[in-house]
Design a protein around this ligand. Structure first.
Ligand code: SF4
Ligand code: SF4
Length: 265
């Protein structure tokens, strides 16, 4: 099996939407460049489906597969497009249970590998190799492999009814930018608030006002300027723009901000 993979980043800030492409083939891969018409699209954050800048369904082929990381059932997305198969799986929940953090790379790879009928041994080797390349070994690597195995077992392989792949030799010009960027407009100033980053969160920071002394340390550290002072003088969080980086949770000297998982009562 041969593979190519490459990411496309927008504005360089933590939590910003990222697009990554993977080509897999039994034979030689002669194509290069962005993938404009994928057979499968894996959406790691369901809020991106409604984001016109990210637009993760762009180009997904008729008969292709949309795999969404969500708590919701596939039925909830039935109207998204009627010419594709929609699968849902709660990758975040499984990652939190096994890794203790919402890191989804091994989980997403496992989901895509299973749907595409890629052998589990190939998946395990790819996860191990990728982690080793970035210096991750030992217990954390073992947990990622466990997570990949769990997700592989949870899903079923699918027969993709897309067009036959021919001997594509197209060189796609890399100057064409197809994906959204992290900000509404990177040229104009003072407009970052237009990009609602509140739906990026896995965890939401919540202020315990009984402990908070309004020292403003969190205000100074917040990278999204999502902290403000209310009319009554108390610090407050703008949840439309708080992206859930949890820097404020770490930096609050009085431990007056706690994290709560989104969507979990
Ligand atoms: S850093 Fe903590 S104590 Fe200070 S204003 Fe923020 S929440 Fe309140
Ligand atoms: S988690 Fe805290 S520091 Fe991060 S964006 Fe939200 S309010 Fe700001």
């Amino acid at each position: 099996l041969n593979a190519q993979d490459f990411p496309l980043y927008g504005a360089e800030r933590r939590g910003a939407p990222v697009t990554a492409f993977t080509r897999v083939s039994d034979g030689d891969i002669l194509e290069r460049g962005y993938i404009f018409d994928p057979d499968i699209s894996v959406v790691m954050d369901e809020s991106l489906l409604d984001d016109p800048l990210a637009n993760p369904l762009a180009g997904l082929r008729r008969g292709g597969v949309l795999l969404v990381n969500t708590r919701r059932s596939a039925e909830a997305y039935r109207r998204t497009r009627e010419d594709i198969t929609i699968l849902t799986v709660d990758l975040t929940d499984l990652a939190l249970k096994v890794l203790g953090r919402p890191v989804l790379s091994a989980a997403s790879a496992a989901a895509a590998a299973r749907v595409l009928s890629i052998a589990e041994a190939s998946l395990q080797r790819a996860v191990a190799d990728e982690l080793e390349e970035i210096g991750v070994g030992g217990g954390l690597a073992a947990k990622n492999l466990e997570l990949a195995g769990l997700i592989y077992a949870k899903l079923k392989p699918m027969r993709l009814e897309t067009r036959e792949l021919g001997a594509a030799e197209t060189l796609v010009p890399l100057s064409v930018i197809v994906s959204g960027s992290g900000s509404e407009d990177a040229v104009s100033t003072g407009n970052s608030y237009l990009r609602r980053t509140g739906d990026w969160r896995t965890y939401r920071p919540v202020i315990d006002y009984a402990r908070c002394t309004d020292c403003m340390v969190c205000y100074a550290y917040c990278p999204e300027s999502a902290m403000s002072v209310k009319d009554d003088g108390r610090i407050s969080i703008d949840y439309d723009n708080c992206k859930g980086c949890l820097i404020c949770v770490t930096e609050c000297p009085l431990r007056a901000i706690v994290k709560q998982q989104e969507g979990v009562a």
